[in-house]
Write a protein that binds this ligand. Structure first.
Ligand code: NAD
Length: 251
């Protein structure tokens, strides 16, 4: 655990939390004492394994299935999370996909699916979470944007649009909820070692690496530490912000 602060008694829902950055966030929160709900879509193995690891910290950990792009599944996910954990103090919009291609070759369905999961998914989860957090008069919403939202990336117009959209959504919702004790922020990771980047060709990885002042790819734990900070009491006066966790890529 990075040590920003105690999250004991808090309940966190992490979308797509079974692997990669979401898994690291779930473990970081659990290590800080938070109960965690780990959302997944498709096979449950990774989420179940993550929940077992989280529970070793002595917290409650459950898994909840939902495709975040489907409103009724998101509503059911929040109901199940409330039934298992009793409340939602922290929402992490982490679920995300890429379907890369240069604009002229980008299929309509690849544009639509990326926007549906990355942006509509976050919208649907935020709407459910905001309802609960407004009543509680406290909460934390943290969304995974990307360095690509800030700088653009050839071959990712759909992904960049979704991640830039998340920033506008974050700032607007931050304004709506700021007076009610709820903060809304985004993280903009750079080039992080996960399944999402493992699939890139070696040449593309080397080219990307050359643009990172820190001289290395990020680890999921680097992003989790920043999420922990934004979720903690220490960040109570920080809202509507985009925190880059990118080894200096987007300066
Ligand atoms: P990953 O592919 O390892 O994890 C993504 C998770 O989202 C998976 O568990 C997947 O099952 C889940 N998911 C996908 N579609 C879903 C849906 N419809 N409903 C519910 N869950 C769904 O990727 P990662 O690298 O850990 O990425 C996590 C987040 O961080 C993503 O939003 C990604 O865009 C963002 N990000 C990653 C990087 C990077 O370099 N890896 C950089 C910037 C931002």
């Amino acid at each position: 655990m990075s040590g920003y602060g105690d999250l004991s008694g808090k309940c966190a829902l992490i979308t797509g939390g079974g692997r990669g950055i979401g898994r690291a966030i779930a473990l970081e929160f659990a290590a800080a004492g938070a109960n965690v709900a780990i959302n997944y879509v498709g096979p449950a193995d990774e989420a179940a394994e993550t929940a077992v690891e989280c529970a070793k910290f002595g917290v409650k950990a459950c898994i909840v299935e939902a495709d975040v792009s489907a409103a009724e599944q998101v509503a059911a996910m929040f109901e199940q999370t409330l039934a298992e954990l009793g409340r939602v103090d922290i929402l992490v919009n982490n679920a995300g996909i890429t379907r890369d291609g240069l604009l002229l070759r980008l299929a309509d369905e690849d544009y639509d699916r990326v926007l549906a999961v990355n942006l509509r998914g976050a919208f649907l989860c935020m709407r459910q979470a905001a309802k609960l957090m407004l009543k509680q008069r406290s909460g934390r919403i943290i969304s995974l944007s990307s360095v690509v939202a800030l700088r653009g990336n050839a071959g990712q117009v759909n992904y960049a649009a979704s991640k830039a959209g998340l920033i506008g959504m974050t700032k607007s919702l931050a304004r709506e909820l700021a007076g009610r004790g709820v903060t809304v922020n985004a993280l903009a990771p750079g080039f992080i070692q996960t399944a999402m980047t493992d699939v890139l060709p070696e040449a593309a990885k080397a080219k990307m690496l050359a643009t990172i002042p820190a001289g290395r790819m990020g680890r999921p734990e680097d992003v989790a530490a920043a999420a922990h900070f934004l979720a903690s009491d220490a960040a109570a006066y920080i809202t509507g912000q985009v925190l880059a966790v990118d080894g200096g890529m987007a300066m």
